[in-house]
Design a protein around this ligand. Structure first.
Ligand code: T46
Length: 349
């Protein structure tokens, strides 16, 4: 029996990773450690919560003592660390929260792993899940590879870059067995509606403006979340100790083109005349320090581990929209919280 601690397992990406591991590895004991902040939601795991190899612990990784107690009690051999504050706009208004969870929280986990593994690293692994935003912004050309220098710009990406450095530092200094993954923009079922795609789906359904920052020519690479979960499984089990892997969809979209594609699919699925949703597109004030373009070279994942995305973007988007249409109650529940007020006040102080 192998015990794996997955942090942030009630969040968007985390819940897909928990489901992948719980279903694929019935002999593993999967512990989901999550603080259940505004973005964490146990509804995301309703379908697997009664399975015998799934366990949930409500805890905050910022609490070093609690984290250590959990390690001492459950003795996990593996850690997959996804717990993080993830929304760039929030990091602009409250950077300290990002330092606490993303930096201090990560160091607390590293300390607990180091303490409980006591130098016996055979069969142990700490997998840190990070972002392509640590590499900074690209111009119109080029891709981020695993050797691209870090150049974070937002408080969010600075906090994730710092956590990546700490993970590598614990490998280099104490020999902790680690792997890292840096992913591009995820999308899919259960995506919290503060992010571009689910926000637009929510707003189309509620006939609200679709806010496009700046001129809408900012470019992101989009990765279907279930493909990401499968990539994490591969790297966790087969990645080289100390290595990092870039996980991307080979799928770049300018924000405005992506939102137009989304509007088209929404109109088709809702049986509305084509062009109805596009009328909601509204150009708004830009995000401060907005990175122009992210693009990931995921060749290493493909060559070394045989991973590649399983769906095209159009297919993945269609699956995503269908999920949101079938789960409007989920959407209503998560959008009835305080975070809506945050949107109304964005960048106002
Ligand atoms: C919310 C919103 C966003 N945007 C723009 C801003 C970006 O250029 C793009 C995507 O924004 P979003 O906030 O959805 O995601 P990113 O800022 O690219 O970051 C995301 O992908 C990386 C990899 C992570 O690591 C982050 O955790 C994750 O949040 O749409 C708009 O134009 N309007 C909006 O209302």
């Amino acid at each position: 029996m192998k015990t794996i601690l997955i942090t942030g397992g009630a969040g968007f990406i985390g819940s897909h990773v928990v489901r992948e591991f719980v279903l694929k590895y019935p002999a593993y004991k999967i512990i989901n450690l999550d603080a259940l902040t505004y973005a964490g939601n146990l509804e995301n795991l309703k379908d697997i919560e009664d399975l015998p190899n799934y366990h949930f612990i409500k805890a905050d990784i910022v609490d070093a003592k609690q984290v250590l107690e959990i390690f001492e009690k459950h003795q996990p051999e593996g850690v997959i660390h996804l717990a993080a504050e993830s929304h760039v706009d929030r990091s602009i208004t409250n950077p300290l929260e990002f330092v606490m969870t993303n930096v201090i929280g990560t160091v607390n986990l590293l300390n607990a792993a180091k303490h409980s593994w006591k130098g016996k690293y055979e069969g142990k692994r700490f997998h840190h899940v990070s972002t392509d935003e640590v590499f900074g912004a690209l111009g119109d050309e080029g891709f981020f590879t695993e050797t691209t220098k870090y150049d974070p710009h937002s408080p969010y990406s600075a906090s994730k870059a710092s956590s990546d450095h700490f993970v590598r530092a614990y490998h280099d200094t104490y020999g902790l067995p680690i792997v890292l993954t840096n992913c591009s923009n995820n999308y899919g079922p259960n995506h919290f509606p503060e992010k571009l795609i689910p926000l637009c789906i929510h707003n189309i359904l509620n006939n609200k403006p679709l806010p496009i920052y700046g001129d809408g020519k900012y470019t992101r690479d989009w990765l279907f979340v279930i493909d990401h979960a499968k990539a994490i499984d591969l790297v966790f089990h087969e990645g080289k100790n100390g290595d990092s892997y870039n996980v991307g969809g080979f799928n770049e979209w300018k924000n405005i083109d992506l939102v137009k594609e989304l509007c088209k699919q929404m109109d088709e699925k809702l049986g509305r005349p084509l062009g109805t949703s596009e009328q909601l597109i509204t150009f708004v004030k830009d995000r401060p320090g907005h990175d122009l373009r992210y693009a990931i070279d995921a060749t290493k994942m493909n060559k070394e581990l045989g991973w590649k995305p399983s769906v095209t973007f159009e297919e993945g988007l269609s699956i995503t929209i269908d999920w949101f249409l079938a789960n409007q109650k989920w959407l209503d529940n998560v959008t009835s919280g305080d975070y809506q007020n945050y949107y109304n006040n964005q960048y106002s102080h």
